[in-house]
Design a protein around this ligand. Structure first.
Ligand code: SF4
Length: 568
């Protein structure tokens, strides 16, 4: 698709709008001399182009991003990306959006460079892939990677000339960055202990992987009005935070006697977007695990047809559900599927085991006798290339070779025989990393922040590190407290679900309009069985004061809590 297609499309749209207006006016046909209506758009972009045309015909003005996508979808910009790399140029205007279809984010002014976000289904990669990513980050990036809150990796500080080397290097490793940014379906998350978890109901790996490959190979899955998140939770010891996703597939056990085959199904939850203060809600529908991709694709296609393309703040699935209601939306999904969804009452679902909030750090036995996984803490998710190579070596030498990233911005090394645990722990310690499950570090997450993201109002990772350094030793926690530090309302670190949430803000320091890095402070968020949206407690806390304010909050909780009372 290129310039010619855009012209055809423009003609089609002129015809479509004229025809629709005439029909509304009761004239039935466009007046003589009006351009003849063009043919319906065909091809894989047709559904999104029809949705755009419909909304324009209703008098809604498409956002600049929608117009840019119609003119040239980012997937088709690869030649241009190569030319820019040859010339050492970064993209401008809507090309910045297009480059994100290939996982390349130009992050100026925070850094005059690209960030590349990968796709790693379920967050699980091999030791040789991790070593390969380290090689790319060393040769073309800043010598480190960040683990994200979608159990993914980001390489930063990539020069304009290195863009293609990074993208093609990832593909050489069996990885990709395609569709990891812009208005696309983001990295597919899953239970990080899938297949090794003594508590899980279901191994989510095949479903996360199947959905990942479906997205990569179905062009119409790139026609969304806004980004979209999907997670598969197998009911294991480490949660996938599936209720914060647009689609949350949650493994459940259906009891006998409710008219459907008893056993393990996925419960379908929809519309999670905690930055907009909403968790995914149970639809009452259940899905056979082997049907998850088919159902997810139907949901995405209804979203493509119905999502708002005139207001990016209202363009997420939640707002379609709010407007149509769950029943109306699911009826359209069933139309796409050509079959009804299966529904069961809440009492048909057996109680699920809860995740353990410390299971992503330290040594934990697997369901395979004699094997354990080791949860390694990565302060605010960052690891140097030498640490990456060291971790890859440990996985290859002592484990089963897999590295499992978690939404808590850390990683697990799985398949370690009991006899090798101490050697693996010592090797992790030699890298300057820890496997000890400090309740403070376990729940400390931070988005990129002002050091690498143009939207940030404050340095999130620096503040999170300062909070940890200040509070460790001053506050002794005997239960986990999650602290989420996010830089702006996009809420990549999900401040609304933290026991304590901090959202970046410019804090005024005088009447002349001068400001410093700071945060608004929220408390009382949670997820899973404790799902809750945090409420604001204090505004305009200077970043330099945040560690002491958090210390005070934690001490107040310890002093005043009743027996067994959690922070939330
Ligand atoms: Fe950037 Fe905002 Fe996301 Fe933080 S929350 S990474 S500041 S967009």
């Amino acid at each position: 698709m290129g310039g010619d297609f855009s012209l055809d499309q423009k003609r089609y749209l002129e015809g479509f709008v004229s025809g629709a207006q005439a029909a509304r006016a009761g004239r039935g046909l466009a007046p003589a001399g009006a351009p003849a209506p063009a043919a319906e758009p065909t091809g894989p972009d047709a559904a999104s182009h029809r949705a755009m045309a419909r909304q324009e015909a209703e008098g809604r003005r498409l956002t600049p991003e929608e117009k840019a996508k119609r003119e040239e979808l980012g997937l088709d910009s690869y030649d241009k990306i190569k030319a820019y790399a040859r010339d050492g140029q970064f993209p401008k205007g809507q090309d910045m959006l297009r480059w994100k279809y290939h996982g390349l984010f130009y992050v100026a002014p925070a850094q005059d460079s690209y960030m590349c976000r990968l796709r790693i289904p379920g967050g699980i990669l091999t030791h040789w892939q991790l070593r390969g990513v380290a090689g790319i980050a060393e040769a073309h990036g800043g010598g480190y990677t960040d683990v994200t809150t979608r159990a993914n990796l980001q390489i930063r500080e990539i020069a304009a000339t290195a863009a293609v080397a990074v993208l093609e290097g990832l593909v050489d490793l069996g990885l990709t960055a395609k569709g990891s940014g812009a208005d696309n379906i983001r990295n597919v998350t899953g239970t990080p202990t899938a297949g090794i978890d003594p508590q899980e109901l279901l191994d989510t790996r095949p479903h996360a992987r199947e959905w990942h490959h479906y997205i990569l190979n179905a062009r119409d899955m790139y026609g969304l009005p806004r980004k979209f998140n999907v997670a598969f939770d197998g009911a294991g010891r480490i949660g996938a935070l599936e209720d914060t996703n647009d689609i949350g597939f949650q493994a459940i056990e259906v009891k006998d006697g409710f008219g459907v085959a008893p056993g393990v199904w996925y419960r379908l939850a929809l519309g999670g977007i905690t930055g907009h203060r909403d968790f995914a809600r149970d639809t009452g529908a259940i899905v056979r695990p082997e049907d998850a991709t088919r159902v997810a694709a139907a949901i995405v296609r209804v979203f493509i047809d119905t999502g708002d393309r005139s207001d990016r703040k209202k363009a997420r699935l939640k707002y379609v559900l709010d407007a149509m209601g769950f029943d109306g939306f699911l009826a359209k999904v069933e139309e796409k599927l050509g079959a009804p969804l299966t529904r069961v009452p809440a009492e048909a679902v057996a109680p699920r085991a809860e995740p353990d909030r410390l299971a992503h750090l330290g040594v934990h036995p697997q369901k395979q006798a004699g094997l354990s996984y080791l949860g390694v803490g990565l302060p605010v998710g960052r690891m140097s290339v030498s640490q990456m190579r060291g971790l890859a070596d440990i996985a290859a030498r002592h484990g089963d070779g897999d590295i499992r990233l978690t939404v808590w911005q850390n990683l697990l090394i799985s398949g370690i025989p009991d006899a090798a645990i101490e050697a693996a722990k010592a090797a992790v310690a030699a890298l300057g990393l820890s496997v000890e499950a400090s309740p403070l570090q376990a729940g400390l997450v931070a988005c990129t922040g002002s050091k690498g993201c143009r939207f940030a109002a404050a340095d999130t990772k620096g503040t999170a590190r300062a909070i940890q350094a200040h509070c460790e030793g001053r506050v002794t926690l005997d239960a986990p407290v999650n602290i989420h530090v996010t830089g702006c309302h996009n809420s990549c670190a999900q401040h609304y679900i933290g026991d304590i949430g901090l959202i970046g803000a410019r804090v005024p320091i005088n009447d002349d309009g001068d400001t410093v890095d700071g945060f608004h402070l929220l408390v009382g968020g949670g997820f899973g069985a404790d799902a809750a949206i945090a409420t604001e407690l204090k505004r305009d806390v200077k970043a330099e004061d945040a560690p002491r304010v958090v210390e005070g909050l934690l001490k107040a909780w310890l002093a005043h809590r009743e027996d067994g009372e959690t922070f939330a």
